[in-house]
Design a binder for this molecule. Structure first.
Ligand code: PLP
Length: 378
């Protein structure tokens, strides 16, 4: 049989997590917390499962949660959205990204991706028959060059996918970046997918989203994830906010990909947003102390830590330690030194010649200190 995705193997996240567990290494590779979510959230999940909320939820998500998302959006970005026509719950941001891409990409449409790019984008474009145009963001700053991006736009370009705060580089779009994106999209009549799953995890500036740019929002699918916001990646609950016409197309596909998402979690997250929205607004501060703990502990190492402005990741340049390529170095780190990380090259179509890996610091302080102690010994 001819594969529809001949170049796709198992994602690097599964590979490195499996290696970490095989070697009993500290897993700073895959992006998930090693601590439990808020007890209240867990209690509400149990409560709703025990009180009849176990059947299909409405296809777009329960109205209570869509309203709570609209309230949160208003609080964060000062923007009123219609929960009935603009908000759709999905089974994780991964599903929302996949559905948004299928909704708008037609065969032979070109889609601009900024590498290093989250690894689910390109296969979803390929399955829709689209063609990925990769633009590389270069170390150490990973700043987008909007002239270079504009030069990649052709009459066939349909969509650009952006991600801020950015996995894996931990950079955050500036106001200039958002303006440049809005201008580009408007000038060339592009649609936009704005992957904002780390929207609440920014350290040194206010949260900025496509919501803040009304002309941009009119052509954008904004995707977010309660997995990241509430330390519950395994619940796979995300959502898409988009103008009514785009949401309508999104829903046509969502209904046949999964129809609806895990019902008790929708009720539990609604309660959490209604009772503990402070936890969302405090997320940047919560992760800032983890970032500082890890980066401070790494100062004694021979890794050169790059700045982390958002997300729960930090990049490290290991060129003072090894000449190996990043995939081999991550394997050596896991098997011989007991810490798993993610190589950056796998997020690129054409990787730059650099020696940089990604650590996840969504971990208990002791985990971070134990990992740093091992890394400082190198
Ligand atoms: C940039 C980015 N987008 C999307 C996702 C997927 O989110 P979810 O677990 O809600 O599907 C992740 C998860 O790591 C991510 O880092």
């Amino acid at each position: 049989m001819k594969s529809k995705l001949p170049d796709v193997g198992t994602t690097i996240f599964s590979v490195m997590s499996a290696m970490a567990s095989e070697c009993d290494a500290i897993n700073l590779s895959q992006g998930f917390p090693d601590f439990t979510p808020n007890e209240y959230l867990l209690d509400r999940l149990s409560h709703h499962a025990h009180n009849g909320k176990n059947q299909y939820a409405p296809m777009n998500g329960i109205p209570e949660l869509r309203h709570a998302i609209a309230t949160l959006t208003q609080e964060c970005y000062g923007r009123a959205i219609d929960p009935d026509t603009e908000v759709t719950l999905a089974s994780g941001a991964t599903e929302a990204l996949f559905v948004a891409i299928q909704a708008v990409v037609n065969p032979c449409d070109e889609v601009i991706l900024l590498d290093p790019a989250y690894d689910s984008y390109a296969p979803a474009v390929t399955l829709a028959g689209g063609i990925c145009k990769h633009i590389s963001l270069m170390p150490p700053s990973y700043q987008p060059d909007w002239q270079q991006i504009a030069a990649a736009v052709s009459p066939k370009t349909r969509l650009i996918i952006v991600n801020s705060p950015h996995n894996p580089t931990a950079t955050v779009f500036s106001d200039n970046d958002w303006q440049a994106l809005a201008n580009l999209a408007e000038q060339h009549n592009l649609l936009v997918i704005s992957d904002e799953v780390y929207e609440h995890i920014v350290f040194d500036q206010a949260r900025i989203s496509a919501h803040r740019y009304p002309a941009l929002y009119d052509r954008t699918f904004i995707v977010s994830s309660f997995g990241k916001t509430f330390h519950a990646t395994g619940w796979k609950l995300g959502y898409c906010i988009a103008p009514p016409a785009l949401s309508a197309e999104f829903r046509k596909i969502h209904q046949f990909v999964t129809f609806t998402s895990f019902t008790p979690a929708q009720y539990a997250v609604t309660d959490m947003l209604n009772e503990y929205s402070d936890e969302v607004h405090g997320l940047g501060g919560f992760y800032r102390s983890k970032r500082d703990c890890f980066i401070n502990a790494m100062q004694a190492s021979r890794f050169n830590m790059l700045p982390s402005a958002g997300t729960y990741f930090a990049l490290a340049d290991y060129s003072a330690i090894s000449d190996k390529n990043d995939v081999d170095f991550c394997e050596e780190l896991t098997r011989q030194h007991g810490v798993a990380a993610i190589p950056l090259s796998v997020f690129y179509k054409t990787p730059p010649n650099s020696r940089i890996i990604r650590f996840c610091f969504a971990k208990r302080e002791q985990t971070l200190l134990d990992a740093a102690a091992k890394l400082c010994a190198l």
